[in-house]
Design a protein around this ligand. Structure first.
Ligand code: UDP
Length: 383
């Protein structure tokens, strides 16, 4: 492995770094243990023609012009407005919580102003700075909506009480006092016309990039490389020396039906006694296509164990303490940079992953030019 740049992981992080380096004239080899590129964003066509998000729903959304321009260089992105419904106590609602949800739930006909006053009335005003997920919910939507839409779903998704989770997880979802029901607020929202895997393959399609799939690389095999970019789990690099970092993994029960199963791409099931968190109907992610058949995923969340695919970093107090030890150990190394969701142990959306990979690549190119050492992290994993 001497005299070359090695990139571990052929998801968005690894692919973007490889491409940026290639365009600057630096060759690299990208390894991935799986038989496909694109990591958990991988898409594949079912035999009935439907494009399936193999590791669960992925919707591209961003506020950054440069990230949008970047991804659209590598394939057609079709405008797509994500709308989610939620079933709670046997009734269907609009999600995220908006004026329709509030009026449906309370059986009211409130105007935006009235709804805001109504919810403020119900919100817990004793909470000044919300620390936990539950604090955040009680402060912003009050107990009734929290219990109907967030408490059970969050318990199922994360396997712990919302009182133990950070407020930042709920901060991902807006609360709106109008009828806007888009799941995301970002100006660019889209899904690739031919799937994410085709986009990542296009990013990697460069004469200076070699891709080696179904190849698991461990750190000892990478000694002597000019530089290693590691987008695998940070604890794996150190052989789990400080304990395995906790993740949630997902199980999908796949079925196929004829016609339209649920009339929307994602239906969340918020009650704790329903064992799955959501049902995804993949053909609704590609409304520009026509399919008679349909592919359905019932999604179940559980603790990630050895051999499972890690999805969501848990980042509770115990994991943060372990992470700190791994970060210190990483900073003491030379010639390795950790990046991406697994490399920095953070809950990252695809656009953030691409943005950070672009930043990692430009930091590396600057370091090659200046002779300065390349840091272990471009973004602080604990920040
Ligand atoms: N959430 C919830 N009820 C819902 C949807 C989301 O309580 O119906 C909470 C849950 O804790 C989840 C978090 O909000 O983990 C973020 O939701 P998002 O839809 O962003 O999750 P993702 O699609 O990334 O799994």
């Amino acid at each position: 492995m001497s005299g070359s740049v090695v990139i571990v992981g052929a998801g968005f992080s690894g692919a973007v770094v490889a491409r940026q380096l290639a365009e600057a004239g630096i060759s690299s080899t990208v390894f991935d243990g799986r038989s496909h590129v694109a990591g958990n964003a991988h898409t594949e066509r079912h035999s009935n023609g439907v494009m399936v998000h193999a590791y669960g729903p992925h919707i591209f959304h961003t506020q950054w012009d440069h990230v949008w321009q970047y991804i659209t260089r590598f394939g057609e992105m079709k405008p797509y407005n994500h709308r989610v419904k939620a079933t709670s106590a046997g009734r269907v609602y609009s999600l995220p919580v908006n004026l329709l949800t509030i009026n449906q739930f309370f059986g009211t006909t409130l105007s935006p102003k009235e709804a805001e006053a109504f919810i403020t009335e119900r919100a817990d005003r004793t909470i000044d700075v919300p620390v936990s997920f539950e604090d955040q919910a009680l402060k912003f939507v009050g107990r009734e909506l929290y219990e109907a839409f967030f408490k059970g779903y969050t318990q199922k998704q994360w396997g712990v009480s919302p009182t133990e989770l950070p407020a930042s997880i709920l901060a991902r979802l807006p609360v709106r006092f109008n009828y806007e029901d888009s799941y995301f607020n970002h100006p660019y929202q889209a899904i690739p016309a031919h799937g994410y895997t085709a986009i990542v393959e296009a990013i990697l399609d460069h004469p200076l990039i070699t891709v080696s799939l179904s190849t698991v690389k461990n750190p000892t095999e990478l000694q002597g490389a000019d530089h290693v970019f590691w987008s695998g789990p940070i604890d794996e690099w150190f052989g789990g020396a400080h304990g395995a970092l906790g993740y949630r993994t997902l199980d999908f029960e796949q079925s196929t039906v004829k016609g339209d199963f649920q009339g929307c791409p994602v239906m969340n099931y918020c009650d704790v006694d329903v064992p799955f968190t959501r049902i995804t109907e993949h053909k609704h992610f590609a409304p520009w296509e026509q399919h008679e058949g349909s592919v359905i995923f019932h999604e179940f969340s559980r603790l990630c164990e050895k051999g499972d695919i890690p999805y969501y970093p848990i980042r509770l107090v115990k994991e943060k303490e372990q992470l700190l030890r791994y970060v210190d150990a990483a900073r003491a190394l030379d010639g390795v940079t950790f990046l991406g969701r697994l490399g920095t142990y953070r809950y990252l959306d695809m656009d953030v992953t691409i943005k950070e990979a672009l930043d990692v690549a430009s930091t590396y190119l600057a370091s090659v030019k200046s002779g300065d050492a390349m840091p272990a992290f471009v973004v602080d994993p604990l920040g």
